[in-house]
Design a protein around this ligand. Structure first.
Ligand code: SF4
Length: 326
């Protein structure tokens, strides 16, 4: 299998002002290393504030990383050690983002045709007016919308239809990699699966690669080939979806899985119930060592001091926890 995206030791800090002139940083993403195969869906889950959105945006450099390395289709597009930060315009066409809140991401003053047309214009995809019109109709049809509705405004559509418009806009530039940032969390549960099915169809048809971000493991496990779990800026576990749900090893993943109703009795049998106490700590002043130690039922002295590295504990299954150091 070919790797389309390779990320090494990616870090993203945001400066924040706190108190008198004191500068602090939100340590949003710390030392993230992973890869995404061409044509697969890598799910990324974690509580809100765990850094998954920041990580997704940093991978496609909508947020410029603080340090680390990103290789896209074999070419380093960012490498802080080598001083590489390639201009992204050409890559923008190859990698797109689908936003969480479709109503906020669509300009209310533009018609749907103008919204999709703008994406075509930026990358000079349609050479004349007729071709542009044809392309807009084709894209609306592809996402299951009425091709006659290009002259309507976003507010004339339902939430699910608005997200379809957002997806059509992303698809307009014929991307190969799409970061899907909680694309269905703002939608009614009744239409979530329709949108997910449509995204899966598009993936099949066009060989797309997805990084699919969600806070809800039950959503991600259906669409993802592999899943990464994030806690307070760190990827703490990464494995094939079924493996992760059936044999989670990190205490945090176990707690997430305890919270999800699993229809498969095989999966329910094998899980350990862990209920977490307290809230996720602040990423401005995160706990030392393993950031999960303040909530982990298995925490030892060592966990407060040493950051556990993400290691392969069985083929293709990675975990960052001192319980699995050997
Ligand atoms: Fe818990 Fe320690 Fe493992 Fe962190 S490293 S998850 S605190 S046992």
């Amino acid at each position: 299998k070919k790797k389309l995206v390779e990320v090494e030791n990616l870090r993203k800090y945001f400066p924040v002002k706190s108190g008198l002139m004191k500068k602090n940083y939100v340590q949003a993403v710390e030392d993230a290393s992973f890869y995404i195969y061409k044509g697969e869906t890598l799910g990324l889950v974690g509580e809100s504030g765990c850094g998954k959105t920041t990580l997704g945006r940093s991978v496609i450099r909508l947020h410029e990383p603080t340090s680390g390395k990103i290789v896209y289709d074999g070419t380093p597009i960012y490498d802080s050690k080598e001083g590489i930060a390639v201009p992204m315009f050409d890559y923008r066409r190859r990698m797109q983002l689908i936003f969480q809140d479709p109503s906020a991401s669509l300009d209310p003053r533009m018609t749907v045709g103008e919204i999709i047309g703008e994406a075509l214009d930026i990358h000079k995809i349609a050479t004349n007016k007729g071709e542009r019109q044809e392309r807009i109709r084709y894209l609306l049809d592809e996402v299951g919308l009425n091709t006659e509705h290009a002259n309507r405004f976003p507010h004339e559509f339902s939430g699910g239809q608005q997200q379809r418009i957002g997806i059509a806009r992303a698809m307009a530039v014929e991307p190969e990699f799409i970061v899907c940032d909680e694309p269905i969390s703002a939608l009614d549960v009744s239409i979530q699966s329709q949108v997910v099915n449509m995204m899966e169809d598009l993936q099949q048809e066009k060989g797309l690669t997805y990084l699919f971000i969600a806070h809800d493991l039950s959503v991600v496990r259906h669409i993802s080939d592999r899943i990464g779990v994030m806690y307070l800026g760190f990827i703490v576990e990464l494995a094939e979806s079924y493996e992760l749900c059936k044999k989670p090893v990190h205490p945090y993943t176990k707690s997430l899985i305890s919270a999800v109703p699993l229809p498969d009795p095989e999966l329910s049998k094998s899980r350990t119930r862990i209920t977490l106490e307290g809230d996720i700590p602040s990423p401005i002043n995160p706990p030392s060592g393993c950031r999960f130690h303040t909530r982990c039922p298995y925490a030892k002295e060592r966990c407060k001091e040493e950051v556990p590295a993400l290691r392969e504990c069985s083929p293709g299954h990675y975990v960052a926890c001192h319980l699995y150091d050997q």
